[in-house]
Design a protein around this ligand. Structure first.
Ligand SMILES: Cc1ncc(C[n+]2csc(CCOP(=O)(O)OP(=O)(O)O)c2C)c(N)n1
Ligand SMILES: [Mg+2]
Length: 274
């Protein structure tokens, strides 16, 4: 699959995110839209994930540590045909499998872990990766975190363990959109210099543009080639990417678009691939 195909899939994922949130009337658009290319490249190019056998013992694992952006995961899993398109319309409805944070007990193919409380995904991914190493298996483990999430102390305990145990089967991805729930990360609790911090914790650090599919592709390949160290991809992104009136605004962190805004956003996304 080449980058022009991935660009179209990314646009379809963005449209699904907008439609799902518009129908549900609640959810998190900003941080869902910022990591679309990161997930599309992973699921369509890099991860060993068979939608027809999502619990295969040979699969690679994906942990969505920033669980509030599950609309992007549901939309990508719909593109992989793990979730039917009409089920996406049930986001956040009572009785739906697609709750506002991913829940493992809903048996959605591809949802490996229940998340939502920030700061735990890296620890879970370290556990999975260490277990795979002990079993001498070559599966890889990917975990997506937010930039604001780096403020959680537990992230750094996990980071220390990952390098101590030489977990080169682990790849963390930071969706570095510069914003958290109510403002700029650097003003609320500065996480910089994040690359130097991970390097000091013994990680292989890869910095990339998180929307350039060729650059993201290279970053995942570099991570897979690294031996004896865990890798972190620090991806510079734009919160709300692809919808002009949402871009770079913390106010779109956790707010659903109105009917008119849904139509406007979809028109814009369609134009981006015309
Ligand atoms: C432990 C914990 N504290 C607070 C929250 C509430 N919360 C949800 S999203 C969010 C901001 C996250 O910012 P960031 O990690 O940068 O995510 P993104 O910008 O990608 O949405 C917060 C504070 C939470 N889910 N978990
Ligand atoms: Mg952020």
């Amino acid at each position: 699959m080449d980058n022009s195909d991935l660009k179209i899939i990314s646009a379809n994922v963005r449209k699904d995110i907008i439609k799902m949130l518009g129908i549900s009337g609640s959810g998190h658009p900003g941080g869902s839209l910022s990591c679309v290319e990161l997930l599309v490249s992973l699921y369509f190019k890099h991860m060993n994930f068979n939608p027809l056998n999502s619990v295969s013992p040979d699969r690679d694992y994906f942990v969505l540590s920033k669980g509030h952006v599950c609309p992007v995961l549901y939309a990508v899993l719909a593109q992989k045909e793990c979730i039917k398109a009409d089920e996406l319309c049930t986001l956040r409805k009572a009785g739906s499998r697609l709750q506002g944070h991913p829940a493992k007990d809903k048996a959605i193919p591809g949802v490996e872990v229940s998340t939502g409380s920030l700061g735990y995904g890296l620890s879970i991914a370290v556990g999975i990766a260490a277990g795979l190493k002990c079993a001498a298996k070559s599966n890889r483990v990917y975990v997506l975190m937010g930039d604001g999430e780096q403020q959680e102390g537990s992230v750094w305990e996990a980071a220390m363990s990952a390098s101590h145990f030489k977990l080169d089967n682990l790849c963390a991805i930071i969706d570095d959109n510069g914003l958290q729930i109510d403002g700029a990360t650097k003003e609320i609790m500065n996480i910089a210099p994040i690359a130097a911090k991970y390097a000091a914790f013994g990680w292989n650090v890869i910095e990339t543009d998180g929307h350039d599919l060729a650059a993201v592709d290279r970053a995942y390949s570099l991570a897979a080639d690294c031996k004896d160290k865990p890798s972190v991809i620090i991806a510079k992104t734009v919160k709300g990417k692809g919808v002009s009136f949402m871009e770079n605004l913390a106010s779109w962190h956790g707010k659903a678009p109105s009917k008119d805004e849904v139509l406007k956003a979809i028109e814009e996304i369609d134009k981006s691939i015309a």
